[in-house]
Design a protein around this ligand. Sequence first.
Ligand SMILES: NC(=O)C1=CN([C@@H]2O[C@H](COP(=O)(O)OP(=O)(O)OC[C@H]3O[C@@H](n4cnc5c(N)ncnc54)[C@H](O)[C@@H]3O)[C@@H](O)[C@H]2O)C=CC1
Ligand SMILES: O=C1[C@@H](O)[C@H](O)[C@@H](O)[C@H](O)[C@H]1O
Length: 343
Amino acid sequence: MAENELRVGVIGVGMMGADHADRLVHRVAGARLVAVSDPDTARAAALAGRYDGVRSVDDPLALVADDEVDAVVIASPGFVHEEQVLACIAAGKYVLCEKPLTMDSESSLRVLRAEREAGKELIQVGFMRRFDPQYAQLQQLLASGDLGRTLLLHNTHRNKSVPNPEFRSEMIVRDSLVHEVDVARFMFGQEITTIQVLSPAPTSHACEGVVDPQVALFTMAGGGVVSNEVFVNCQVGYEVRCEAVSERGTAIAGRPQSGLYTTRVGEPAGSWGGTVDPDFIARFGLAYDLEFQAWVDATRRGEVVGATSWDGYASTAVCEAGMQSLASGQPVAVTLVDKETLT
Ligand SMILES: NC(=O)C1=CN([C@@H]2O[C@H](COP(=O)(O)OP(=O)(O)OC[C@H]3O[C@@H](n4cnc5c(N)ncnc54)[C@H](O)[C@@H]3O)[C@@H](O)[C@H]2O)C=CC1
Ligand SMILES: O=C1[C@@H](O)[C@H](O)[C@@H](O)[C@H](O)[C@H]1O
């Protein structure tokens, strides 16, 4: 084992967990995948069998407690994140938890308070767009002040389709829009104070009763406004971009080459004169790699980078207000606890 090599365990090895396991083995330096855990024990065993020296552990909490595991990646469904992140805090282990941190603001606050009481930052939340080179460059440009004060953001977030017929309107807010919530907070460096979710007439490609697309409006603490389109059954491909409008110019992260830009259904699936990425693993593969490398490097230094537990809590609180707005159509104020006292 290389000196100070980080021994990592991955909890939940479905689509994202398996991809993260592979990146830890093949594309991240300074870390070694040593264990995986999933209630689908056959799936975990099959994944472990693909790599040398990786054990399958039946109980995810046993993986957290395992002496040979230095740090943990959580890629289980959001509704089990709280228990698993709390276990990592109790064991004093650094954790990279996929978004959302938890399912609601109360449970995120419990996690945040537990981390505070432990006296050490341990949690990074998997908001990978912060590590995408174009998104990172846009944030640096806005923060530099070269374009003057930022006035507006326009976010677009389209998925070709969602695999799960249970992907209801609320999940579009909690699982998809949550990325735009983090992007808005990241780009402005401010909290979101109100959210309104509008419900246009849905596409015929959405399941019965599902509001897709959705348009969400955020008001930022400094008065800026963010418009967001989330459309998870757009049929074409994965299109994610962010346009910033500032006092002295504009900038777009996530736009392919210049020229006439159209997208259409057809062969090859999704095209604009080049191709539209099929999904988030293709579009953000590099961002996940950079996110993991940054996590491993920071963990070996005893630090946390990227989105913190506060960012996880704040984004969950905004989505909670967003779900209320989805039901009423009205703007809903976002209430956060005091960041210093957590009360
Ligand atoms: N950052 C990003 O772009 C993305 C993040 N995600 C997030 O990643 C996480 C996993 O999502 P997917 O891989 O798409 O889901 P998935 O359904 O493909 O995989 C989830 C896995 O977790 C396992 N699981 C269920 N209960 C568990 C428990 N109690 N403990 C451990 N494992 C358990 C399931 O058996 C399954 O293997 C979610 O939090 C999701 O929001 C998902 C897609 C993209
Ligand atoms: O996090 C993700 C998924 O959970 C979500 O379902 C998708 O809409 C997002 O594009 C993807 O990045």
